[in-house]
Design a protein around this ligand. Structure first.
Ligand code: FAD
Length: 387
């Protein structure tokens, strides 16, 4: 680590690494450091269930996630690193009239905006998911939202692909270095204080997930972030049994089958503020119980591993992007339970915002001032995870 950079990015997760890559690749800003307190991509990026889709409800979200979804399609070639993007199709099930109405609203919004996602009848959903029980205790299956190019990508490959490509362009990636505070002088950001000394910077980007709140506070900025645990687990490996990604409704599981055969399963957050690195057993039990009630044959499976991440929730479940307040301090945080899918686009628009000193058009709806103006982008329902 040198003592001065044009840009310092705090957090070596997907968002920090992608921002560094696009700064160097698209904008020619190569005097960049990514400072990570742990290991590369070891935060939520390493722990997520890797679902990629763009069928959100509000126009700013569809623009952001739609761009990102498109970028995932070409990411392996862009990074020359296999990201294992697998757009195998994604189905979201409705078991009540409320769920059906909510998904139908999303489908209508998607159609208006040109996002390829639409409702399919229950009979078609059942033909896609032959292992779905009938009947299920959740109620009658009433229909489903279908996104044919929704899918998964490999979490490590996305982080490592961006890291390798950024490093080859000259970006310094520093691991095992805790950033303790943001340094400002007369309202202008001048650098960061780290466990290995002060580092001067022309601009600082906070991409430190829940850690962003304390760092912003050190520069006098309050971020409305709440940290909670979100768990996932994997089964023993199976022969192919599930060839789509399934979302079963906010309080129920979401799952896909990994290339290596395991079922990768996630559910609701712990539902209360938490920094627990392992997540709560109750959340895992609830997810497993719901999984078995929906797919009875999975009751015979043994689970291999469980883990959790500390996700950074905002009040409207949309990210916080753009200027933080002090001159040359920028944010890419609040990604909560759904930020993996946004990594390519958010990296690009955060890089653009940092270079130009003003929010990129796609950033504008997600700036911090929406929490004082009330101009929220409420994606609670479309996030498909109970919080
Ligand atoms: P992170 O990957 O957490 O990176 C932030 C980094 O900042 C960390 O490495 C951390 O160590 C570092 N850091 C923090 N404080 C400091 C400091 N003071 N100094 C230096 N470094 C610091 N999203 C989806 O789109 N699809 C999904 O299917 C999905 N499933 C999920 C399932 C689970 C179980 C979890 C936990 C999350 C899931 N998500 C999903 C959400 C997704 O993982 C996150 O939104 C995304 O990874 C956020 O990326 P990030 O780079 O902002 O954060």
């Amino acid at each position: 680590m040198r003592r001065s950079y044009d840009v310092v990015i705090v957090g070596g997760g997907g968002h920090g690494l992608a921002t560094a890559y696009y700064l160097a690749k698209r904008f020619g800003v190569r005097d960049v450091a990514v400072i990570e307190k742990g290991w590369l991509g070891g935060g939520n990026t390493a722990r997520n269930t890797t679902i990629v889709r763009s069928n959100y409800l509000h126009q700013p979200s569809m623009a952001l996630y739609g761009l990102s979804h498109g970028m995932f399609e070409g990411l392996t070639a862009e990074l020359n690193f296999n990201t294992w993007f697998s757009p195998r199709g994604l189905i979201e099930l409705a078991f009540s009239q409320d769920e059906l109405d909510s998904l139908s609203r999303t489908a209508d919004a998607n159609a208006q905006f040109g996002i390829k996602s639409w409702m399919i009848p229950a009979s078609e959903a059942r033909s896609i998911l032959p292992l779905l029980g009938d009947p299920v205790p959740e109620g009658r299956l009433l229909g489903a939202l279908w996104q044919p190019r929704g899918g998964v990508a490999n979490h490590n490959a996305v982080a490592w692909g961006y890291a390798r490509a950024a490093a080859r362009l000259g970006v310094d990636i520093i691991e095992n270095c805790d950033v303790e505070s943001v340094l400002t002088v007369n309202g202008r950001t001048t650098g960061v204080r780290t466990a290995q000394g002060d580092v001067a910077a022309g601009a600082v980007v906070l991409a430190a997930a829940a850690g962003s709140a304390g760092l912003a506070q050190s520069a006098g900025v309050h971020l409305p972030l709440e940290a909670t645990s979100l768990s996932a687990f994997v089964s023993e490996p199976l022969k192919p049994v599930l060839d789509v990604v399934v979302l079963c409704g906010a309080k129920r599981p979401y799952l896909s089958q990994a290339n290596t055969g395991e079922l990768v399963i996630g559910g609701a957050t712990d539902g209360h503020p938490s920094l627990s690195p392992g997540g709560s057993l109750r959340a895992v039990e609830d997810t497993a119980a719901s999984l078995i009630s929906l797919f009875p044959s999975f009751a015979a499976l043994r689970m291999m591993r469980q883990w959790a991440g500390t996700v950074d929730l905002t009040p409207d479940r949309s990210p916080i992007l753009g200027p933080a307040g002090p001159d040359r301090l920028y944010l890419s945080c609040g990604w909560g339970t759904g930020g993996f899918k946004a990594i390519p686009a958010a990296g690009l628009i955060t890089a653009s915002t940092t270079v130009h000193g003003k929010p990129h058009a796609l950033v504008q709806p997600f700036t911090l001032d929406r929490f004082t103006s009330g101009r929220l982008v409420d994606e609670t329902a479309a996030s498909a995870v109970a919080h």
